[in-house]
Design a protein around this ligand. Structure first.
Ligand code: HMG
Ligand code: MG
Length: 364
């Protein structure tokens, strides 16, 4: 398999935590992001700006964003942070955090401050000092932010917006209370405004390989049509999501062939597998064989969509890294480090560590 590099999009802090019923503190969430930033990952989905009534766990995402703006996490390479949002209200809230930070009006003491020394397993730092000498000047533009760092040992991050719609009407209604067409209508101004402000846009297509309400036979042509429309509207990347984990190798192949026949380039695609039926890695191989080089995963195998009953976590980052490295495909991600993080975060939230490769790596 001739693949020079695969980019892993770590969605643990968002997809991994959004479904947790017990409120997780912003300190723990921020600490998770900061630990992940040191592993060699290039892209981390750090939170979402959705309606808090719908997904209460993500209500503190503004605090995570502010913390990242105030002190970019230490990392060995530039990191892009993704922020999931469904509508203009979400985009406005995302911009408001950036604007408050840029104007110095955000209440820094309300936000978690990162530890000053390298993180230990003892848990997040609760120090909330607001006089941070490494604070990065921020602007409302993700592009400007890249070039405006000074005096920080951290690498200034980029920020991106991720939007989501569904391939079936039933799931669209359950997850976003609107039709697929209404989602597309919402996205037109949202994508335009994001791009104008210098933010890249990723778009998810949920339930592409099976719907909890309509079953496994989701029309691949419908998925291809939506992908083409979203790309035409200006999205930079389409993450094709197997929300329910119902995808099998033959149907993943059929979907990827259909996307290719519709003119969708593999370079514009990412694959987002939930591992409910344990098929995520075999489906990843099918994706690799079709030229896809971006895959989403969550450390510790955390996660699930609150509006997809029975669906479990994303494929574990540790399992994905182990698998790709076994194929000789570099990811730049440190397996030992992500294994420790998977163990730490699942312990913090009282969940079993779902990554076999992670557990085996730690047992070595
Ligand atoms: P709605 O109830 O139809 O919205 O929900 P609305 O416009 O009528 O507003 C209702 C209230 O929510 C109002 O407040 C709005 O201001 C507020 P009130 O007047 O009642 O006080 N509101 C918001 N507040 C903060 N941020 C916002 C926002 N929007 C409205 N962005 C809506 C429609 C789309 C908002 C809702 O359905 C929603 O938030 N859905 C998201 C559900 C969710 O988080 N799902 C999980 C993420 S998607 C996922 O996991 C799949 C993925 O991983 C890929 C895969 O695996 O498939 C990405
Ligand atoms: Mg998901």
């Amino acid at each position: 398999l001739a693949a020079d590099h695969v980019r892993i999009v770590e969605v643990g802090p968002r997809d991994g935590l959004q479904n947790e019923k017990t409120s997780i503190s912003p300190e723990i969430k921020t600490e998770l992001v900061r630990r992940l930033a040191k592993t060699g990952l290039e892209t981390i989905e750090a939170g979402s700006f959705v309606a808090p009534k719908w997904t209460p766990q993500m209500a503190s995402s503004d605090k995570i964003l502010e913390s990242i703006l105030r002190q970019p996490p230490e990392s060995s390479k530039p990191i892009t942070y993704q922020w999931l949002l469904p509508n203009m209200k979400g985009l406005e809230n995302f911009f408001a955090v950036q604007d408050a930070h840029a104007s110095g009006s955000s209440k820094a003491s309300d936000y978690p401050t990162p530890p000053t020394s390298p993180s230990s397993d003892s848990g997040p730092a609760l120090n909330t000092s607001s006089n941070d000498p490494n604070a990065m000047p921020s602007t409302t533009s993700g592009v400007d932010a890249m070039s405006s760092s000074r005096g920080s040992s951290s690498i200034p991050p980029q920020h991106e917006v991720s939007i989501f719609l569904a391939a079936t009407e039933s799931f669209s209604k359950k997850n976003t209370n609107c039709t697929i067409q209404e989602s597309l209508d919402r996205f037109k101004p949202l994508i335009r405004s994001s791009l104008e402000q210098g933010y890249g846009v990723r778009a998810y297509i949920s339930v592409a390989l099976g719907c909890p309400f309509e079953g496994p036979d989701v029309d691949p042509h419908r998925v291809a049509e939506l992908a083409a429309t979203l790309l035409e509207m200006g999205a930079d990347e389409i993450s094709v999501a197997d929300t329910t984990g119902m995808g099998t190798a033959p149907r993943t192949r059929e979907l990827l062939r259909t996307l290719q026949s519709a003119g969708i380039q593999s370079a514009d695609l990412a694959l987002h597998f939930h591992d409910t039926f344990g098929q995520a890695l075999i489906n990843t191989l099918v994706g690799l064989e079709h030229g896809v080089r971006t895959f989403d995963s969550a450390v510790g195998g955390l996660g699930g969509c609150p509006y997809s009953p029975g669906a479990t976590g994303n494929v574990a980052t540790e399992d994905l890294v182990y698998f790709l490295h076994s194929l000789g495909v570099p990811t730049g991600v440190d397996l030992d480090e992500v294994s420790r993080i998977g163990d730490w975060i699942t312990g913090q939230i009282g969940k079993p560590n779902e990554s076999r490769a992670g557990k085996a790596t730690l047992a070595k």
